[in-house]
Design a protein around this ligand. Sequence first.
Ligand SMILES: [Mg+2]
Length: 186
Amino acid sequence: MSEIMNLPPMRREDHGKKTLVLDLDETLVHSSFKPTHNYDFIINVEIEGRMTTVYVLKRPFVDRFLQAVSRKFEVVVFTASLRKYADPLLDVLDRENLIQYRLYRNSCRPMQGGFVKDLSRLGRNLNKTIIVDNNPHSYLLQPNNAIPIGTYIDNSRDRELLDLIDYLDNLDTYENVTTVLGSRNN
Ligand SMILES: [Mg+2]
């Protein structure tokens, strides 16, 4: 079922950078499949043969966050959602192409009734790979590479992405991120 692929080789300009793997739903945005007035943009997605309007609300500071992290990291979005939904969404969210690569559900490992994002299959140095995901199930294979983040729905006062910029700046100074992130799990 799953076709877990290595990423293409790191671009020359990203050599020496760490890889930042970002979840999409409830980490960077919240999408509603029911009409709502609380959204930043809409996309149209074909679901079960019908065109459906999806209302996408951006997490506060997501634009500033992507700008900041893309200067220091190779940025990858890894979503358990389907490509036909994630691609049109990311085309709008990331107009400046700050995200280098996109991985979708077909790159996840189905495990224990959910989708797991196995970072060991990306073709990157695990000591220099970080995942930010609101769902701990996503990183159960590599918890020492993970930065947990709260689930975003619509709290307009949410500032987790803003705080994360500084945290990642500091984490970037360490040779091996798992020594820092792993110590938080003990
Ligand atoms: Mg999520």
